[in-house]
Design a protein around this ligand. Structure first.
Ligand SMILES: Nc1nc2c([nH]c(=O)n2[C@H]2C[C@H](O)[C@@H](COP(=O)(O)OP(=O)(O)OP(=O)(O)O)O2)c(=O)[nH]1
Length: 159
């Protein structure tokens, strides 16, 4: 009989965590809204696009609308998925559903004690969550700007 060791036994497939993410674009100058991750979450203090995990039965748009009310106090208009990416973190395998958002109402309030910044590319806040790099690349390409992942990598904390 074949012995299956820990090294050779197949690993069960990791389940994806589905995440809705908003790229809020300011009409006047095309600036992007970036926010910092609150204390108590993995990667606290890292900068990201606002959003969060889908709850049972929610569409991406519904989850994004709920998250932005919870985190920022704004209610978004229509949002459609623009890109889907995946990132494998030690804490989770995430599937990110990215939506561009150009319409919202309400005043921004940092309801989770986080910070926010309207930024042009390349971003000047750091460190940025690595799962956001592909979107920064696509946004740069759309604007005819160079994208250098090394610029963002160099700002990651070292252990
Ligand atoms: N919001 C957001 N999440 C991102 C980005 N890039 C990226 O890899 N992620 C990952 C980090 C997290 O593993 C996951 C989002 O989960 P989260 O913990 O922030 O979600 P949540 O607000 O629903 O959190 P929770 O407190 O309910 O657990 O997606 C990004 O730009 N924005």
């Amino acid at each position: 009989m074949e012995t299956v060791t820990a090294e050779t036994s197949p690993q069960p497939a990791r389940k994806h965590t589905e995440v809705a993410v908003g790229v809020l674009l300011r009409e006047s100058d095309g600036a992007l809204l970036i926010s910092s991750r609150p204390e108590g979450k993995p990667y606290a203090g890292y900068w990201e696009f606002p959003g969060g995990k889908l709850e049972a039965g929610e569409t991406v748009e519904q989850a994004l609308r709920r998250e932005l009310i919870e985190e920022l106090g704004v209610t978004i208009g229509t949002a459609h998925v623009w890109k889907v990416t995946e990132h494998d973190y030690p804490h989770a395998l995430v599937r990110l559903h990215w939506c561009k958002v150009t319409e919202w109402s309400g005043d921004f309030e940092m309801r989770e004690g986080q910070q926010m910044a309207w930024q042009q590319l390349p971003l000047t806040v750091a460190p940025v969550l690595p799962g956001a790099y592909p979107v920064l690349q696509w946004l740069s390409e759309e604007r005819g700007l160079p994208f250098d992942a090394g610029y963002y990598e160099a700002q990651q904390p070292r252990d």
